[in-house]
Design a protein around this ligand. Structure first.
Ligand code: RIB
Ligand code: CA
Length: 313
């Protein structure tokens, strides 16, 4: 029996972040305490607007959305509009003005408040750069022992922004180093597994058959996302990277994971942002990460399809 998980979704929507939100909101094993936003795919004002728009589409009215950091801890802001478009959610026609605004509280302070008032049962689910999470740990170290788990999308044994680094980690490797050395239990969904979660034309058609406003929204997201992934990487599918985090929380059996040591490179000219995944244990350093290596395709796509079908027509 999988326990119900209280989560904060820290995200940079972003097509796959949006689908991750949709999956979380649809499943009663997930209780979304808050949504926090960070600059990543696009600037934080846009990721916040997108998070609010997605909340409208899925009817998530009572969950607070707090805007976070617009730049990494040390480096200058880097965004990925080549993949997600100028708005960060190009493709679907979205209402310009969401029905609610983000709260006045900064995301970092909301994360601190929610963790400190929790019983140690709060899971952080970052699917963008780790700036907000790291800043919260630095500002209030007392949250570290109270965080149940960090289930993140990022990193991998190869890169998609440089040969060595995946985008989320590359944007703010210093933040990633704070998180991976914190001692908080980490489950890492890197490119090794998220590239197996590619939505093909067949998957998109399967979702289109569900025929409700949310599934239509996801179909439009995926059609755009698949197009940019074809143009930029030559892929025949759209990797729904971020949804792997929530899928794991709902049904861990979907994934095969190994416990390994992961260290973050923050100095290398060619390797800045690399997650050094010690698969063979050659460092002898204590494992700090549950590293996802593979996923059960049928279970993953059935979970997403079933989630979309829960939304009303
Ligand atoms: O490298 C993939 C990651 O970068 C995903 O989280 C995507 O949304 C972008 O943030
Ligand atoms: Ca993301």
């Amino acid at each position: 029996m999988v326990e119900k998980r209280k989560v904060i979704l820290d995200c940079d929507p972003g097509h796959d972040d949006a689908i991750s939100m949709i999956l979380a909101a649809a499943n009663d094993k997930i209780e979304i305490e808050a949504i926090t936003t960070v600059a990543g795919n696009v600037e934080v004002d846009k990721t916040t607007l997108n998070a609010l728009r997605v909340c409208d589409i899925i009817g998530l009215k009572d969950v607070p959305v707090a805007e976070g950091q617009n730049r990494p801890m040390v480096r200058e802001t880097q965004i990925a509009e080549s993949i997600h478009g100028d708005s960060g959610l190009d493709g679907p026609n979205l209402p310009e003005v969401p029905s609610k605004e983000s709260i006045d509280q900064h995301a970092v302070d909301l994360i601190i408040e929610k963790v400190m008032e929790s019983d140690g049962d709060l899971t952080l689910v970052p699917t963008g750069p780790l700036t907000n999470i790291a800043m919260a740990m630095v500002k209030e170290p007392k949250i570290v022992p109270k965080i149940k788990e960090i289930v993140l999308m990022g990193g991998g044994t190869f890169g998609n922004w440089t040969p060595a680094a995946e985008f989320n980690i590359w944007v703010d490797a210093e933040a990633a180093k704070v998180v991976f050395t914190s001692g908080v239990p980490i489950a890492m969904f890197g490119l090794d597994v998220t590239h197996q979660a590619q939505a093909t034309d067949e998957t998109i058609e399967r979702f289109a058959q569900i025929d409700n406003p949310v599934s239509e929204f996801v179909v439009e997201l995926l059609r755009f996302f698949k197009k940019t992934y074809k143009e930029v990487f030559g892929f025949d599918g759209a990797p729904i990277h971020d949804a792997c985090t929530v899928a794991y929380l709902i049904d861990p059996s979907i994934f095969e994971c190994v416990d390994v040591r992961v260290d973050i490179e923050t100095k290398g000219e060619f390797t800045y942002g690399m997650t050094c995944v010690d698969l063979l244990g050659v460092t002898g350093r204590e494992a700090n990460t549950k590293f996802a290596q593979s996923l059960d395709q049928d279970k993953f796509w059935d979970l997403l399809s079933d989630a979309l079908a829960t939304y009303s027509k």
